[in-house]
Ligand binder design. Structure first.
Ligand code: THU
Length: 160
């Protein structure tokens, strides 16, 4: 008989009335920097804010390139910058907010595959999950408790 390996994943959904102050603050910081994105090719603006265990917050946004694959997502930009400057401080939660330039309302965003693998890397480094907060146009926070909820069967699973 064939065996099935199944992983169930979930996101928690928080309407604005149920946001914590810490989550709301991080989402606001991500939203504030999305307009600084360099996104002349996609016009898809993404802001990211990363809270570290020492209370510091780092922010960044997507930086595109005329040679498209060279572009960097907001999540990898903020993780690289924060981890390059605070290599020994654990990242606690990462908020991302997106908007198409021409739209008034926000766009739903979830991290791309490269960014998921990058988040996974810092979970491995610190031996701790990183919460991922994604804002949708209904102003709900979609919260993943860790990268296992977004990247099941990820690479480190195969080695454990
Ligand atoms: N992008 C991000 O910065 N983060 C995501 O989670 C999704 C995609 C960027 C990459 C590119 O600059 C633009 O959004 C369109 O894909």
């Amino acid at each position: 008989m064939t065996k099935k390996i199944e992983i169930k994943v979930s996101l928690q959904v928080f309407p604005k009335s149920e946001w914590t102050a810490e989550d709301g603050d991080l989402i606001t910081k991500a939203e504030q920097v999305l307009e600084n994105a360099h996104a002349p090719y996609s016009n898809f603006l993404v802001g990211a804010a990363l809270l570290l265990e020492n209370g510091e917050t780092f922010v960044a946004n997507n930086q595109e390139n005329v040679s498209f694959p060279v572009g960097v997502c907001a999540e990898r930009a903020v993780l690289s910058y924060a981890m390059g400057n605070r290599p020994n401080v654990r990242p606690v939660k990462l908020a991302i907010v997106a908007k198409r330039r021409q739209d008034a309302q926000l766009a739903t965003v979830t991290p791309c595959g490269l960014c998921r693998q990058t988040i996974n890397e810092y979970e491995i480094k610190f031996g701790h999950p990183i919460e991922i907060l994604m804002l949708n146009p209904a102003q709900e926070i979609l919260k993943a408790s860790g990268i296992d909820q977004l990247l099941p069967f990820r690479f480190n699973d195969l080695n454990s």
